[in-house]
Design a protein around this ligand. Structure first.
Ligand SMILES: Cc1ncc(COP(=O)(O)O)c(C=O)c1O
Length: 378
């Protein structure tokens, strides 16, 4: 049984084998499901999952207590827990409840924005590569997508994205950026937003801050103040990363009231289940636990970076819970060889096919993973 599964089972007080069956834990996260994983070699049972930027430690103790206490409400629709979660998010960010929109994971926020703001006449601007979901949604809906390649430092190319913004319905601004783990300073983000607002006033800018809590770069700032002041700026956040709740599905957006009114109708009603709502409420203000998760990530990331750098590889700057490593050769055979040895690493991100994305697991997992990688890369 994996560390995280053991933790989850014991934290819930479910020791009995039949209560939490293995197949439940065999399903992969949202990210991995997006891609060719059906074609990947079969997963060994003790797979170490470093492929979907999940938090290997799972939710904190307070979240588990809240989940346990909520079991008795499982027969009720989540109206009250959703209201309580909106209040907790508003309190945490010092905003009004009218500025908060819940999503079934931040993925739902991304989908809502594409549905509402991208149409056949107003395209989506995204990066290549970036988190694929908004572009995938737009393509599924038959709506135009303009993809701007990343710059030489694998960051969003803000100059070209600005050039392509004219007449766009939505710009997807992944910040920190998945998969390249990069951020921009606050001044550059503000300048970009100001340019888009001036040149293309009807365009919305979705700033996806899924990895916000992992940022160390001092010039980075959240865009929440911009979203409160400007109806065309939307900030999305998630409980899937530092809060360790990817399987529970809870995310949200902070938006101007005017924009909240435009988006609310596109929500899946009752999209947050009662257990996720309870866990999220217990987690969002648990700063001690967040600090612990940040430290665990920082330590295991430093260990992993040192391994690759010592072996002579170039590792990009990372303000997230994953690293991008330039293997200087096609990463796909390496990915397949790792998987055969029980390590799942990131998918290919064309056109960056020499770059391997590796999510940061526990220190124990990273020790095992780097051992395997040493052999595979030799
Ligand atoms: C940048 C980014 N945004 C959003 C998501 C989706 O997260 P959620 O679990 O909140 O739907 C991910 C998932 O990996 C991500 O990397």
């Amino acid at each position: 049984m994996s560390v995280s599964r053991r933790h989850f089972v014991s934290a819930l007080g479910l020791g009995g084998a039949g209560l939490v069956s293995p197949p439940l834990f065999g399903h992969r996260g949202h990210e991995a499901r997006l891609v060719e994983w059906l074609n990947a070699p079969p997963a060994p049972s003790a797979l170490i999952r470093l492929d979907s930027n999940e938090n290997p430690n799972g939710p904190g103790a307070k979240a588990f207590e809240a989940i346990r206490a909520m079991f008795g409400e499982a027969n009720r629709y989540p109206d009250d827990p959703e209201r309580a979660l909106v209040a907790a998010i508003a309190r945490e960010h010092g905003v009004s409840e009218d500025n908060v929109i819940l999503g079934c994971g931040s993925s739902e926020i991304l989908r809502m924005c594409v549905e509402r703001f991208v149409n056949t006449a107003q395209h989506l601007v995204t990066a290549g590569p970036t988190f694929e979901l908004p572009a995938n949604f737009a393509q599924t809906m038959g709506r135009p997508v303009v993809t701007v390649p990343v710059d030489a430092k694998l960051r969003l190319d803000l100059a070209v994205m600005g050039d392509k913004a004219g007449g766009a319905g939505l710009i997807f601004f992944c910040h920190p950026k998945n998969p390249t783990a990069t951020v921009h300073g606050d001044a550059a983000v503000r300048e970009f937003v100001a340019r888009v607002r001036r040149d293309s006033p009807a365009t919305y800018i979705l700033i996806d801050e899924a990895y916000h809590e992992y940022v160390d770069e001092p010039s980075y700032k959240t865009a929440i103040p911009m979203a409160l002041a400007d109806p065309n700026v939307i900030v999305s956040r998630t409980f899937s990363k530092v809060f360790g709740m990817a399987g529970l599905r809870a995310g949200y957006a902070i938006v101007h009231r005017e924009t909240a009114r435009k988006l609310q109708g596109w929500r899946l009603g009752s999209g947050i289940n009662v257990l996720a709502a309870a866990a999220a409420i217990a987690s969002i203000g648990d700063h001690e636990h967040i600090a612990l998760e940040q430290k665990r990530n920082r330590d295991a990331k430093a260990f992993t970076r040192a391994f690759f750098e010592k072996a002579g590889y170039e590792v990009g700057a990372s303000d997230t819970n994953f690293l991008m490593i330039d293997l200087k050769k096609d990463m796909r055979p390496v990915r397949d060889a790792c998987r055969k040895e029980g390590i799942a690493v990131g998918r290919p991100f064309p056109p960056l096919l020499t770059q391997l994305r590796i999510s940061i697991g526990t220190m124990e997992e990273m020790v095992k993973a780097t051992d395997v990688l040493k052999r595979v890369l030799a």
